[in-house]
Every structure is written in structure tokens, then in C-alpha cells.
Design a protein around this ligand. Sequence first.
Ligand SMILES: Cc1cc2nc3c(=O)[nH]c(=O)nc-3n(C[C@H](O)[C@H](O)[C@H](O)COP(=O)(O)OP(=O)(O)OC[C@H]3O[C@@H](n4cnc5c(N)ncnc54)[C@H](O)[C@@H]3O)c2cc1C
Length: 359
Amino acid sequence: MQPFDVAIVGGGPAGSSCAAFCAAAGLRTLVLDREKFPREKVCGDCLNPSCWPVLERLGLAEKLRDLPHSKLGSVAFIAIDGREVSFDLPTGTDCEISVKRSLFDELLLKRARELGANVQEQATVTGLSRDGDWKIETASGDFFQARILIGADGRNSTVAHLCNLLPRPARERVALQAHIALPRDFGNRIVLQFLPEGYSGQAPVNENQLNLCLVGTPPTISKLRRWAQHEFELPTDQTWRTITPLTRSPVPSAHENLFFIGDAAYVVEPFTGEGIYYALRSGELAANAVAKLLRGEHGKSVLNEFRRAYAQVYCGRLWINRLARAAVLRPQLGSFFIHIARINPSILKLLTAKIVVPG
Ligand SMILES: Cc1cc2nc3c(=O)[nH]c(=O)nc-3n(C[C@H](O)[C@H](O)[C@H](O)COP(=O)(O)OP(=O)(O)OC[C@H]3O[C@@H](n4cnc5c(N)ncnc54)[C@H](O)[C@@H]3O)c2cc1C
């Protein structure tokens, strides 16, 4: 069998975006994902406005607006004692929206397929070897060959693990997520709520459902679940999706004929809701680099250019994410910021504006 030009492991936002751009550039593109789409995913479902330009380049902005979604008009921060401060978000067509990942991810993967990518669902990658080309093995015993391999398989990347590049997991936090009935009068806002045991993120995803996320540590997560059950009057048998770790050390993004993108490369604190943007954009950058390598451009220069462009994506944003992480790791400290912001809102307002800056 003729090898694919590029094989992408993972069909989330990073993998699908990369596959769509690779296929559009005329590359023989393979996507392998262990799931059958549409599938839900532990996520706050919020799309940062910076996503819009990438979605335009993918030809998806209008199609996304046609999906059930909510336009988010404000963000409310709630301290442990219940005191609250709220800021308006940018308005207009390219505003912050929330959309269920089952819908969003399927739209992206479908686009990759339309542009010519060969998408294999329920194909769990279990083995890798390299002898010139990459040889990729799946759990069902299928083999695929590709010249370039992309790890887009999320925070617990199998590709990074099989290449001995996955950092050891730290003693970590855990997240729970569910779509629940939208409480009456919730409004079109994001709520970021500090709790003694962690935090909760809430956002309406359509006219009748709320995305509810809880983030805590393994010993405290059951307390958070009880809080949510009481707060939102959930049934005792409410089902939750779960994910861990919440953050980890990065995996270097560029190697010879091997790239890591999205969460597989860099997991950011979810509090600021930017992971999908990083996934989409890193997918686009990797596709550019792959096309150049396959055209025979000088390998080292292409990799260096990719690394610079990749660093640029995070540049000027990451310090806010680190600040958010410091606040959420000590919810009392986060609550203290909210009290200060109630007296003088300008700093928190500025930080919020920096995160939801339209692309
Ligand atoms: C609690 C929480 C809330 C969040 N809220 C937001 C938010 O509101 N907004 C935002 O922008 N970001 C948010 N994020 C971050 C966001 O979810 C991620 O950054 C984003 O999903 C990364 O996309 P990705 O394509 O890199 O990885 P993923 O979305 O994780 O996709 C990876 C894909 O790889 C597949 N895969 C994994 N292993 C294999 C394998 N061995 N073989 C084949 N396929 C495999 C998986 O099935 C999956 O489809 C949140 C994260 C958490 C944990």
C-alpha cells in the first residue's frame, strides 16, 4: 500500500483542523480516532473569539453559526462566600459562543473528510515503529504507513507515550462534566465559581441545556458533586464524564517527521477556556510545516519556523493562564481577587478582555 503523506492520531479540534488544512493542500491525509463521532468530551464547550479566523479559513464559520449554540454576553466570577463580579464580553458576530463538543468536533471532522482526508473512526492507535516511514498499528490489528506523523491525541497522548515523550503524570486534579437542564433565568453568561474544594464553570450551550464543569482533587471531587447536586437539583444518578490530568508538562512540539499539536503538546488550565483555540491554530501551523517538508524544503528551517510560530500562538496569553492556575489552585486567593475586583474592577476586566480578544 502506498504510504500516506501524513497520519494524524486524534480527530479532536487539533487533529481535524490539521487534517483539513493538509487535505486542502493536496496531501494524502489519514486521521485515526478511537471514538465514533459524534461524541461528547469533557470541556466547558466555550469557543474563544480568537477561533473565528481559523474557522473562516476552514470554511466553517457560517456552518458553526447554524448549529445550536449560545452567544455569551458576560462572564460572572463568584467568590467562595457568594459575592460576585461580572463583566460584559465583546458582542457581534465573532463573539464568544458555546456549542456542544459533539456538534463542534463532528463539524470539523466532517470538513476534513470533505476536503479529502481518509478518516478512520473507532481506530485506537496502539503501536508505532519507524523505518523511514512511520508504521502505525491499531487495536484491531490494522497497519497504516505514513511519511509524517502528528500526535493530536490529547493530554494522555498515546503517540507521546509510545515515543517515550509523555511526562510522568503529576499528583493531579480531576474534572467532571455534564450537560444538565438549563436553570430558569440563567442568562447568556459564563459563570466561573470558586468553591472551597475547587471551582465550577457553567455556560448555557443551547436553549435548554447548561454545561456544568467541576474541577477538584480526587479526595474532594465527591464533595463538589454533592454541591452541584444540591445547587442544581440534580438527580442522585446524574451521570458525569471525567478527565485527568488537568495540566501537565509540555511535550516538545516538533521532531524529525513527528509533530505534537493541541493538548498532546501543551495542556493549559481550562479556567480561561482557550484550549480549543490553541488546538485549532496549532493544527493549522503543523499542516503548513508538513506541506513544506513534503515539498522538499530544508527540514531544520521548517521545524525552526514551526517552533517559532507555535511559540507565538501562546505568547502574551500564557501568563494570564498561569495567573488563573495560581488562583484556582488556591480558591481562597481567587476569591480574594474577586473582592478586590468588586472595589476596583479594572484589573480583572482587563484580564478578561485579554483572554476573549477577538482574533
Ligand atoms: C474541564 C475542562 C473544561 C474545558 N473547557 C474549555 C472551554 O470552555 N473552552 C476551550 O477552548 N477549551 C476548554 N478546555 C480544553 C479543551 O477541551 C482542550 O484543549 C481541547 O479539547 C484540545 O483539543 P485536542 O484536539 O488537542 O484534543 P482532544 O479534544 O482531547 O482530542 C483528542 C482526540 O484523540 C483521540 N484519541 C486519544 N487517544 C487515541 C488513540 N490512542 N488512538 C486514536 N485516537 C485517540 C480522542 O478520542 C480524541 O477525539 C477544557 C478542558 C477541561 C478539562
